[in-house]
Every structure is written in structure tokens, then in C-alpha cells.
Design a protein around this ligand. Structure first.
Ligand SMILES: [Zn+2]
Length: 124
């Protein structure tokens, strides 16, 4: 087993008191901290699919999550409450983007109607 001869440099973004406390933890406590930090992070940053909800009259058919974007297939009402409502399914490309005033918003881009019977490719 090779030993690390240099101590890792503490990240400047963390308060000194946090670094000090982390440095005192044993292996088991450190592992617990890593798991906890991971859970906290996921809690504060819900995945895109957790942020996507069907609006009134809509029906989410499926959500496919990719590292850079999410694809959403959903049926939507036309607003006239016709006999064929909800229409579609329609395919959307959804990305999270930062808002000028802070936080993020979802940017929806309509890609086209989906032919569910023969999985035909949609044009971009
Ligand atoms: Zn309709």
C-alpha cells in the first residue's frame, strides 16, 4: 500500500471550522459524512424528472433523463375541451437553465408529435 505523502489542501470554499471538524473524523465517520453530503446535495437539487409535473388536463407518457437534457413525452389538452383531448403525444426537449435573477428554470422545446405505434424518429 502506498501512502500519500502530501496532505490534501483544504478547499477554500469551506469555512475553516468545517475543515477542522472534517479533519478530526475517522474513516467510518468520513464515509458517513460523504454519504450524508451526497444525500443533502440530491435533496437540494432534485433531478429534472422530479421537477416535471403534468399540468391540468395533461398526461405525462414518459420521461427519459440524459446527463444534459431530458426528453418528455406528454399528451396535452387543446384548451377547447374537445372529444379528442388530450392530444398528442408530443415530444419535448427539456433543459434546466440558470435564471438571471438566480435559481434555475426549465426550458421546454417542442420537437414534434410522437407516433407511438411505430416509434418513428422525430425531426429536430
Ligand atoms: Zn382537444
Amino acid at each position: 500500500m502506498t501512502e500519500k505523502d502530501t496532505e490534501p489542501a483544504p478547499p477554500g470554499a469551506l469555512p475553516a471550522t468545517v475543515i477542522e471538524m472534517v479533519n478530526q473524523l475517522d474513516d467510518k465517520e468520513l464515509q458517513t459524512l460523504i454519504d450524508y453530503a451526497q444525500e443533502r446535495y440530491e435533496y437540494a437539487h432534485p433531478s429534472l424528472s422530479d421537477q416535471i409535473e403534468a399540468a391540468s388536463g395533461e398526461e405525462i407518457v414518459r420521461i427519459e433523463e440524459y446527463p444534459e437534457y431530458t426528453l418528455v413525452v406528454k399528451r396535452q389538452p387543446c384548451g377547447k375541451d374537445c372529444d379528442e383531448c388530450p392530444h398528442g403525444p408530443f415530444l419535448y426537449h427539456v433543459q434546466e437553465e440558470p435564471r438571471f435573477e438566480g435559481g434555475t428554470r426549465l426550458r421546454w422545446r417542442y420537437l414534434g408529435e410522437v407516433n407511438e405505434t411505430d416509434q418513428q424518429d422525430t425531426e429536430e
